[in-house]
Design a protein around this ligand. Structure first.
Ligand code: B12
Ligand code: SF4
Length: 457
């Protein structure tokens, strides 16, 4: 019997800046594997596809990260006074329309969402899908949808918004909308980890998820709201997935999307890393999402080196122990200094040990940021300033609403970290540019990659 088609759509981004830092819509790709197993025929339309046939070779050849194609847009009214260019990032509307026109009419359409402040890109994508396939059920999920479900329902006018991980609800939801349940197994599947990479137009690196969620509850983070349960995979299963996919797609770069890869390292990260320690040539591992500093022991550091870690980002956020005691306790200054020492002993140099420092937090002074940067440099790490984006539902949300210059609770566009929405008046873009210049000079390495929308430091 012919499998029913289901369209999975990665929407456009609308923003002042967006960089492709190994960005793949992992949630949607994971659902692609699940739906395939359930008897559907998933078809993927990627509005951000960096390897889309319509793009010039210079943008697509051999890259695993870089710039998105962009088209200037009129600024939405709430952002009119912001003196920066606003763009749609991704493939042109005409090209995506052509891609959709070439598809058979699907039985249902699923759109994902990431940052809350990218919602107008989701709404534009939903409009196009409705126009090309009127009457086909349109379901929205993902991070924006989970953090702001009511806003998402209003702004995108989709048929249904699903909150949180789709696995426990999607089977029943699709049956309700399509009266189809193509496979023989109608039970809800468990939480999934494996992306269906065959849906991508080109695979240049492997996005890997070895766990979902995080055991901590930091006040500035949404992890718990998006993935309420922390779950680890069997390390052997992860190793098998990587081994199979490096051969299948002929790639040697691994990008970890975990929130908490290093937690319980002895039973989790170490068996995974050690399985690849003697591989020649080595894999190259990247962790654009921060690693847990306090979990780095001499053994973990040397396993990271032996496995081939290249892009390391440590989730420090602040050098102040008071900050950590009052915000979730995931690490502290002493552990950080120790971890940098272990990484150096294992053979990493300062330019490889990136450390995220959160900037633009409510009440944070410019002096605190200067101190964080100086201390991180002195400890032998490479500071990466990450502008704070206030997150609906997080413990810092009500403090953020009070501190904000904008109505962040009414309009998610104002949650954009580029606006420094809740920063104190002295923490400006000019100040942060000075800090970044100072960091670059200290690193004496102006050529080091500075890309990143809010991750640029
Ligand atoms: C990996 C990651 C990144 C990666 C890239 C991600 C990408 N694809 O582009 C990197 C490291 C580059 C990154 C960067 C940033 N990130 Co980030 N990131 C994440 C992270 C850790 C995981 C996302 C993920 O892929 N999860 C794995 C998949 C399997 O889960 P999922 O997407 O949630 O999918 C499930 C459900 O949502 C649902 N679902 C998904 N799609 C759909 C669709 C339908 C139809 C349905 C029904 C269900 C459904 O089912 C899926 C399976 O269960 C999240 C935190 C988190 N735990 O979610 C933060 C998070 C999304 N990031 C966040 C932030 C703030 C940022 C930065 C702005 C940080 C900064 N200040 O610099 C930058 C900006 C990036 C940019 N390009 O501009 C915030 C979002 C805040 C907001 N306001 O929306 C989060 C929530 C972290 C936090 N602080 O709490 N990030
Ligand atoms: S440790 Fe990291 S992922 Fe976990 S809650 Fe804190 S910031 Fe979020």
């Amino acid at each position: 019997m012919k499998r029913p088609k289901i369209l999975l759509v990665n929407p456009w981004i609308h923003d002042f800046a967006a960089y492709d830092l190994w960005a793949k819509p992992l949630g949607l790709l994971v659902l692609g594997s699940m739906l395939r197993l359930q008897g559907w025929d998933p078809v993927f339309v990627d509005c951000l596809d960096p390897h889309h046939h319509s793009l010039k070779d210079s943008l697509t050849s051999g890259r695993s990260r870089g710039k998105f194609h962009k088209t200037r847009l009129q600024k939405p009214e709430p952002l009119e006074l912001v003196p920066r260019t606003f763009s749609r990032y991704g493939i042109s509307v005409d090209e995506i329309r052509k891609d959709l026109d070439n598809q058979e009419r699907p039985k249902a359409m699923l759109i994902t969402s990431l940052m809350t402040y990218w919602y107008s890109g989701v709404a534009e994508t939903a409009d196009l899908l409705r126009e090309v396939f009127p009457g086909v059920p349109l379901i929205l999920g993902g991070i924006y949808a989970s953090l702001m479900p009511e806003h998402a329902a209003r702004a995108t006018m989709v048929d249904e918004v699903l909150l949180g991980p789709a696995e426990p609800r999607l089977t029943e939801t699709l049956y309700r909308w399509t009266s189809l349940s193509p496979g023989t197994d109608r039970s809800n599947p468990p939480i999934q980890f494996t992306p269906n990479l065959d849906l991508l137009s080109s695979v240049r690196f492997l996005p890997v998820l070895t766990s979902r969620g995080c055991p901590y509850r930091c006040v500035y983070c949404a992890s718990r709201l998006i993935q309420p349960n922390y779950q680890r995979r069997d390390p052997l299963e992860v190793v098998r997935e990587i081994e199979t996919n490096i051969l299948k797609y002929n790639v040697d770069e691994i990008v970890l999307y975990d929130d908490a890869f290093l937690c319980h390292a002895a039973e989790h990260a170490l068996p995974i890393l050690d399985a690849f320690s003697s591989l020649k040539p080595r894999l190259r591992w990247h962790t654009p999402n921060g690693l847990h500093v306090s979990e780095i022991s001499p053994r973990v550091a040397s396993s990271m080196k032996n496995a081939g870690f290249k892009t390391i980002r440590l989730g420090l956020e602040s050098t102040s122990d008071h900050f950590h005691k009052t915000s979730g306790g995931k690490t502290n200054w002493k552990d950080f200094v120790r971890a940098v020492g272990y990484l150096k002993d294992a053979g990493f140099d300062t330019s490889e040990i990136g450390v995220y420092l959160l900037v633009g937090l409510p009440g944070q002074t410019s002096a605190q940021i200067e101190q964080d940067v100086e201390k991180a440099l002195e400890a032998g790490a490479y500071p990466k300033l990450a502008e704070y984006s206030p997150i609906p539902g997080s413990a810092l949300w009500s403090v953020s609403i009070n501190a904000s210059r904008y109505p962040i609770d009414k309009e998610p566009l104002y949650q954009n970290c580029s606006l420094l929405p809740v920063a104190t008046p002295e923490v400006t873009w000019e100040f942060l540019s000075r800090m970044r210049k100072m960091i670059r000079e200290s690193m004496q390495s102006p050529g080091i990659d500075q890309s990143g929308a809010c991750l640029n430091s």
